[in-house]
Design a protein around this ligand. Structure first.
Ligand code: ZN
Ligand code: ZN
Length: 422
């Protein structure tokens, strides 16, 4: 049985994940975008009929170009119910941003509506016969709400695509359900952090809370840009646990929180999260933003990599204030404003590039597996062949070399545009 995988995007890079799996029948795994400072990059066009599309999770680097696909083709799409609702939130936000920036949108509401008519919502641990020869099952990936690892079974072979996953549990979510997956022959795995481990979560939470407290005690504002889905709610919960007040909760994280509460079975502890979010001030307007800036406070807002969002309502007032700080709380993709801020202490405000003199610090609250988590997955699955994706090239090569030399696996590190035959 020949397994062919074409890499339309998301190979040797983080962003625009899209992999076409051909096992006699054709399945598209994810169809994302890569948001850059100047332009958005897209995966290659799909030039074949598909038996199905499978979406691992809502993040735009996996979901962002999916509606565009429905401009020129039709196919059933499988995803978990929360992934659909969270993706819809992000898709409509993309349309809004394109409109505001006067850019021609890649898709409109029409394509999103059309796509939704083809969605088959699928929960974890429900084995589905997709075609006569191929069955599919989702497993909890522990990454964000609804994120799934995908298992495809055909003949007596098994292919698993991890999507983005986290091998340890976090505040809001269980760890990836690695052991339920079973025997794997071919593994397509993300390797964002193939070169290092994360600081243990509890330690990092403490360091974060202490930094916020220190800033506030010095009369400053802790501005905390965070990803809308999962991270911003998690941070509000940490601040609540450490009894830090007042906390202002702004941006798209609010809408994401409302969606998350519709799926309590996907959360570890809905009640505690609810309490924490109820304790924060949900920012509704300019007046409340002024209020937040008038006093020592913690402001949790989007976007996590400063690619836009309400964080820009606060930055102009804070970037020169040495008592205040910008606390980055997630992975900063190459060339994003967040990465540039971290490496060069500069940001773009209203078109001009300015030097930042407030404090800037990064905290490692990753929702991705660290190096040990990746190795744990590989050792659990014991695949015959491993294809690494979703990582920066240098990181990927280091990790691939380790898997080959120390663990004896057959490892592929394809690039975009390539087709690998396994
Ligand atoms: Zn993700
Ligand atoms: Zn991703």
């Amino acid at each position: 049985m020949e397994v062919k995988i074409s890499f339309l995007g998301g190979a040797k890079e983080v962003g625009r994940s899209s992999y076409l799996v051909d096992i006699g029948e054709k399945f598209l795994l994810d169809h994302g975008v890569k948001l850059g400072p100047i332009k958005t990059e897209y995966p290659s066009v799909v030039r074949t009929n598909l038996n199905a599309v499978i979406l691992s999770h809502a993040h735009l680097d996996h979901s962002g170009n999916l509606p565009h696909l429905f401009d020129y083709m039709r196919s059933l799409v499988f995803m978990t119910p929360p992934t659909l609702d969270l993706s819809r939130l992000l898709w409509f936000d993309s349309i809004k941003i394109a409109d505001r920036e006067g850019k021609p949108p890649k898709f409109t509401k029409k394509e999103v509506d059309r796509l939704e008519r083809f969605v088959f919502p699928t929960n974890y641990n429900r084995r589905l016969q997709l075609t006569e020869n191929v069955a599919m099952e989702f497993f909890d990936a522990g990454h964000i709400m609804g994120a799934a690892m995908t298992k495809l079974e055909f003949k007596d072979r098994v292919l698993v695509y991890t999507g983005d996953f986290k091998a340890e549990e976090t505040r809001l979510f269980q760890a990836a359900d690695l052991k339920s997956v079973g025997k794997v022959d071919y593994l397509i795995m993300e390797c964002c952090y193939g070169d290092r481990d994360h600081t243990p979560r509890k330690e990092e939470e403490k360091r974060f809370a202490e930094k916020v407290r220190e800033i506030m005690e010095n009369g400053g504002v802790a501005l905390i840009p965070a990803f809308a889905i999962g991270r911003s709610q998690e941070l509000v919960e940490i601040l609540y646990e450490y009894k830090i007040e007042p906390v202002f909760f702004d941006g798209m994280g609010q809408k994401a929180a409302r969606i998350m509460f519709n799926f309590p079975e996907y959360l570890k502890n809905k009640k505690y999260l609810q309490k924490a979010l109820d304790n924060a001030f949900w920012v509704e307007n300019r007046k409340m933003r002024k209020e937040a800036l008038k006093q020592p406070s913690a402001i949790v807002t989007t976007a996590g990599m400063l690619t836009g969002g309400t964080v820009y309502e606060y930055l102009p007032k804070l970037y020169k204030d040495k008592n205040s700080g910008i606390l980055l709380t997630g992975y900063q993709v190459e060339d994003t404003p967040g990465r540039i801020l971290l490496e060069h202490k500069r940001i773009k405000l209203n078109g001009s590039d300015v030097k930042v003199s407030c404090q800037v610090e990064r905290f490692d609250f990753s929702a991705h597996a660290g190096r040990s988590g990746l190795i744990k997955a590989v050792k659990t699955f014991q695949p015959e062949k491993i294809v690494l994706v979703h990582g920066e090239e240098e990181v990927m090569e280091v990790f691939a070399a380790y898997l080959r030399e120390e663990e004896g696996f057959e490892v592929y590190t394809p690039k975009n545009g390539e087709t690998v035959v396994l």
